[in-house]
Design a protein around this ligand. Structure first.
Ligand code: SF4
Length: 253
Protein backbone atom coordinates (compact mmCIF):
# COMPACT_ATOMS: atom_id res chain seq x y z
CA UNK A 1 0.00 0.00 0.00
CA UNK A 2 1.32 3.47 -0.79
CA UNK A 3 2.28 5.61 2.17
CA UNK A 4 -0.51 8.20 2.04
CA UNK A 5 1.14 10.68 4.34
CA UNK A 6 4.54 11.03 2.74
CA UNK A 7 5.50 13.22 -0.16
CA UNK A 8 8.31 12.95 -2.66
CA UNK A 9 9.46 16.54 -3.05
CA UNK A 10 10.93 17.65 -6.35
CA UNK A 11 13.83 20.06 -5.72
CA UNK A 12 14.62 22.74 -8.30
CA UNK A 13 17.51 24.39 -6.42
CA UNK A 14 19.06 24.86 -2.98
CA UNK A 15 17.55 28.32 -2.22
CA UNK A 16 14.01 27.07 -2.95
CA UNK A 17 14.61 23.93 -0.89
CA UNK A 18 15.73 26.09 2.03
CA UNK A 19 12.61 28.28 1.62
CA UNK A 20 10.35 25.21 1.64
CA UNK A 21 11.96 23.91 4.82
CA UNK A 22 11.32 27.26 6.54
CA UNK A 23 7.79 27.57 5.19
CA UNK A 24 6.78 24.05 6.17
CA UNK A 25 8.04 24.69 9.67
CA UNK A 26 5.65 27.68 9.87
CA UNK A 27 2.69 26.21 8.00
CA UNK A 28 -0.65 25.41 9.64
CA UNK A 29 -1.18 21.71 10.32
CA UNK A 30 -3.73 21.35 7.53
CA UNK A 31 -1.38 23.06 5.06
CA UNK A 32 1.60 20.94 5.98
CA UNK A 33 2.95 17.75 4.50
CA UNK A 34 5.68 15.38 5.64
CA UNK A 35 8.57 14.91 3.24
CA UNK A 36 9.56 11.30 2.61
CA UNK A 37 12.39 12.11 0.26
CA UNK A 38 13.77 14.55 -2.28
CA UNK A 39 14.37 14.32 -6.00
CA UNK A 40 16.72 16.74 -7.78
CA UNK A 41 15.73 16.44 -11.40
CA UNK A 42 16.28 19.50 -13.60
CA UNK A 43 18.07 18.21 -16.68
CA UNK A 44 17.33 21.25 -18.82
CA UNK A 45 19.34 23.74 -16.78
CA UNK A 46 21.77 25.32 -19.20
CA UNK A 47 24.68 25.40 -19.73
CA UNK A 48 26.14 22.21 -18.35
CA UNK A 49 28.42 24.07 -15.95
CA UNK A 50 25.40 25.89 -14.46
CA UNK A 51 23.65 22.54 -14.09
CA UNK A 52 26.65 21.21 -12.19
CA UNK A 53 26.77 24.31 -9.97
CA UNK A 54 23.13 23.94 -8.95
CA UNK A 55 23.53 20.23 -8.38
CA UNK A 56 26.53 20.90 -6.16
CA UNK A 57 24.62 23.61 -4.27
CA UNK A 58 21.90 21.10 -3.39
CA UNK A 59 24.47 18.53 -2.31
CA UNK A 60 26.20 21.09 -0.06
CA UNK A 61 22.86 22.20 1.39
CA UNK A 62 21.99 18.57 2.18
CA UNK A 63 25.25 18.19 4.09
CA UNK A 64 23.88 20.86 6.48
CA UNK A 65 20.26 19.70 6.45
CA UNK A 66 20.42 15.96 5.70
CA UNK A 67 17.49 14.30 4.00
CA UNK A 68 17.08 11.13 1.94
CA UNK A 69 17.55 12.38 -1.62
CA UNK A 70 18.06 11.18 -5.13
CA UNK A 71 20.15 13.49 -7.26
CA UNK A 72 19.87 12.91 -10.99
CA UNK A 73 23.16 14.07 -12.48
CA UNK A 74 22.32 13.30 -16.06
CA UNK A 75 22.22 16.39 -18.25
CA UNK A 76 19.25 16.54 -20.62
CA UNK A 77 19.40 19.44 -23.04
CA UNK A 78 18.44 17.25 -26.00
CA UNK A 79 15.36 15.60 -24.46
CA UNK A 80 14.13 19.05 -23.38
CA UNK A 81 14.57 20.45 -26.88
CA UNK A 82 12.85 17.30 -28.20
CA UNK A 83 9.84 18.10 -26.01
CA UNK A 84 9.74 21.66 -27.25
CA UNK A 85 9.90 20.40 -30.84
CA UNK A 86 6.86 18.19 -30.23
CA UNK A 87 5.09 21.17 -28.63
CA UNK A 88 5.74 23.25 -31.77
CA UNK A 89 8.78 25.22 -30.55
CA UNK A 90 7.01 27.66 -28.20
CA UNK A 91 10.26 29.54 -27.69
CA UNK A 92 8.82 33.00 -27.21
CA UNK A 93 5.65 31.86 -25.53
CA UNK A 94 6.90 31.58 -21.99
CA UNK A 95 3.75 30.00 -20.63
CA UNK A 96 3.82 27.12 -23.11
CA UNK A 97 7.54 26.65 -22.76
CA UNK A 98 7.36 26.59 -18.96
CA UNK A 99 4.45 24.15 -19.09
CA UNK A 100 6.66 21.68 -20.95
CA UNK A 101 9.48 22.31 -18.51
CA UNK A 102 7.30 21.75 -15.41
CA UNK A 103 5.82 18.67 -17.05
CA UNK A 104 9.27 17.20 -17.76
CA UNK A 105 10.27 17.54 -14.12
CA UNK A 106 7.01 16.69 -12.40
CA UNK A 107 6.22 13.63 -14.51
CA UNK A 108 9.60 12.23 -13.56
CA UNK A 109 8.83 13.00 -9.90
CA UNK A 110 5.44 11.29 -10.09
CA UNK A 111 6.93 8.27 -11.82
CA UNK A 112 9.62 8.01 -9.13
CA UNK A 113 7.05 8.37 -6.34
CA UNK A 114 4.99 5.56 -7.78
CA UNK A 115 8.03 3.29 -8.09
CA UNK A 116 8.83 3.98 -4.41
CA UNK A 117 5.28 3.35 -3.29
CA UNK A 118 4.74 6.94 -2.18
CA UNK A 119 1.28 8.42 -2.64
CA UNK A 120 2.07 12.07 -3.30
CA UNK A 121 4.47 14.53 -4.88
CA UNK A 122 5.14 18.22 -4.56
CA UNK A 123 7.79 20.66 -5.73
CA UNK A 124 9.98 23.46 -4.45
CA UNK A 125 8.97 25.39 -7.59
CA UNK A 126 5.94 26.43 -5.54
CA UNK A 127 8.25 28.40 -3.27
CA UNK A 128 9.71 30.56 -6.01
CA UNK A 129 8.18 33.94 -6.71
CA UNK A 130 9.72 33.74 -10.19
CA UNK A 131 7.44 30.84 -11.10
CA UNK A 132 3.80 30.78 -12.11
CA UNK A 133 2.38 29.11 -9.02
CA UNK A 134 -1.01 28.25 -10.53
CA UNK A 135 0.58 26.78 -13.63
CA UNK A 136 2.98 24.69 -11.51
CA UNK A 137 0.01 23.36 -9.52
CA UNK A 138 -2.03 22.58 -12.65
CA UNK A 139 0.84 20.71 -14.27
CA UNK A 140 1.66 19.00 -10.96
CA UNK A 141 -1.89 17.69 -10.55
CA UNK A 142 -1.96 16.47 -14.14
CA UNK A 143 1.45 14.73 -13.83
CA UNK A 144 0.47 13.15 -10.52
CA UNK A 145 -2.82 11.83 -11.90
CA UNK A 146 -0.99 10.32 -14.85
CA UNK A 147 1.06 8.15 -12.50
CA UNK A 148 -1.66 7.42 -9.94
CA UNK A 149 -0.39 9.67 -7.16
CA UNK A 150 -1.64 13.01 -5.79
CA UNK A 151 -0.15 16.48 -5.83
CA UNK A 152 0.37 17.99 -2.38
CA UNK A 153 -0.15 21.74 -2.27
CA UNK A 154 0.81 24.02 0.53
CA UNK A 155 1.71 27.64 0.86
CA UNK A 156 5.44 27.34 0.41
CA UNK A 157 6.01 31.09 0.21
CA UNK A 158 5.49 31.80 3.87
CA UNK A 159 9.08 32.72 4.54
CA UNK A 160 12.40 33.51 2.95
CA UNK A 161 15.10 30.86 3.39
CA UNK A 162 17.28 31.15 6.46
CA UNK A 163 20.39 33.05 5.40
CA UNK A 164 22.56 30.87 7.61
CA UNK A 165 21.53 27.69 5.83
CA UNK A 166 22.62 29.10 2.46
CA UNK A 167 25.86 30.78 3.48
CA UNK A 168 28.53 30.15 0.86
CA UNK A 169 26.11 28.25 -1.37
CA UNK A 170 25.79 29.17 -5.03
CA UNK A 171 22.67 31.15 -5.98
CA UNK A 172 21.59 31.29 -9.58
CA UNK A 173 20.93 34.45 -11.57
CA UNK A 174 18.28 33.11 -13.93
CA UNK A 175 15.55 30.51 -14.03
CA UNK A 176 17.47 27.74 -15.74
CA UNK A 177 16.87 26.88 -19.39
CA UNK A 178 18.88 28.22 -22.30
CA UNK A 179 16.10 30.68 -23.16
CA UNK A 180 15.82 32.10 -19.66
CA UNK A 181 19.59 32.62 -19.62
CA UNK A 182 19.34 34.68 -22.81
CA UNK A 183 16.34 36.65 -21.51
CA UNK A 184 18.06 37.39 -18.20
CA UNK A 185 21.29 38.68 -19.68
CA UNK A 186 20.11 40.08 -23.01
CA UNK A 187 19.90 43.67 -21.87
CA UNK A 188 22.35 43.86 -19.02
CA UNK A 189 25.64 45.48 -19.87
CA UNK A 190 27.42 43.59 -17.13
CA UNK A 191 29.36 41.15 -19.24
CA UNK A 192 30.14 43.48 -22.11
CA UNK A 193 33.78 44.36 -22.73
CA UNK A 194 34.11 48.12 -22.34
CA UNK A 195 37.62 48.38 -23.77
CA UNK A 196 41.02 48.85 -22.17
CA UNK A 197 41.35 52.57 -22.85
CA UNK A 198 43.95 52.15 -25.61
CA UNK A 199 42.65 53.76 -28.79
CA UNK A 200 42.58 51.48 -31.80
CA UNK A 201 41.15 51.62 -35.25
CA UNK A 202 38.62 48.87 -34.79
CA UNK A 203 40.50 46.26 -36.82
CA UNK A 204 40.01 42.73 -35.61
CA UNK A 205 43.09 40.56 -35.42
CA UNK A 206 42.28 37.24 -36.98
CA UNK A 207 44.17 34.22 -35.82
CA UNK A 208 44.50 30.68 -36.90
CA UNK A 209 43.49 27.86 -34.61
CA UNK A 210 46.15 26.83 -32.15
CA UNK A 211 47.27 23.27 -32.11
CA UNK A 212 47.10 21.62 -28.72
CA UNK A 213 50.84 21.91 -28.24
CA UNK A 214 50.91 25.64 -28.98
CA UNK A 215 50.14 28.11 -26.27
CA UNK A 216 48.75 31.55 -26.90
CA UNK A 217 51.94 33.21 -25.69
CA UNK A 218 54.03 31.07 -28.07
CA UNK A 219 51.77 32.01 -30.91
CA UNK A 220 51.87 35.70 -30.11
CA UNK A 221 55.64 35.77 -29.69
CA UNK A 222 57.02 38.07 -32.35
CA UNK A 223 53.66 39.67 -33.11
CA UNK A 224 53.93 43.37 -34.00
CA UNK A 225 53.32 45.61 -30.98
CA UNK A 226 50.00 47.43 -30.75
CA UNK A 227 50.72 51.15 -30.77
CA UNK A 228 48.37 54.00 -29.92
CA UNK A 229 47.30 56.46 -32.59
CA UNK A 230 49.97 58.88 -33.70
CA UNK A 231 49.66 62.59 -33.12
CA UNK A 232 48.51 63.03 -36.71
CA UNK A 233 45.57 60.77 -36.01
CA UNK A 234 46.84 57.96 -38.24
CA UNK A 235 47.10 54.52 -36.86
CA UNK A 236 50.34 52.62 -37.11
CA UNK A 237 49.89 49.80 -39.59
CA UNK A 238 51.79 46.58 -39.69
CA UNK A 239 54.12 46.32 -42.63
CA UNK A 240 53.31 44.18 -45.64
CA UNK A 241 55.87 41.66 -44.51
CA UNK A 242 54.17 41.46 -41.11
CA UNK A 243 50.83 40.92 -42.75
CA UNK A 244 52.05 38.19 -45.01
CA UNK A 245 54.44 36.44 -42.76
CA UNK A 246 52.00 34.08 -41.09
CA UNK A 247 54.95 32.88 -39.07
CA UNK A 248 53.32 33.80 -35.76
CA UNK A 249 49.90 32.59 -36.78
CA UNK A 250 48.46 36.10 -37.03
CA UNK A 251 47.05 37.73 -40.15
CA UNK A 252 45.61 41.15 -40.72
CA UNK A 253 42.96 42.20 -43.15
S1 SF4 B 1 11.96 29.87 -17.87
FE1 SF4 B 1 12.30 28.45 -16.15
S2 SF4 B 1 10.38 27.34 -15.88
FE2 SF4 B 1 10.34 28.30 -17.91
S3 SF4 B 1 11.15 26.78 -19.35
FE3 SF4 B 1 12.89 28.00 -18.70
S4 SF4 B 1 13.73 26.91 -16.90
FE4 SF4 B 1 11.67 26.12 -17.27
Amino acid sequence: MPDKSAVLLHVCCAPCLAAVRTSLALARRDRHFPIAGLLFYNPNIHPLIEFRRREKAVRVYLERDPFPAEIVSEYGLRPFLGRLAVAGWPLDDRKKRCTECYRLRLEKTAETARSRNLAAISTTLLASREQDRNLVADVGREAAARFGVTFAEADLRLAEPEERSLRGIYRQQYCGCIFSEEERHRNDGKHRYKGNGIPHDGRIVRHQCFTKSESLSETLRGAPPIRPASASGEMNSPSASDADSGANGLRYP
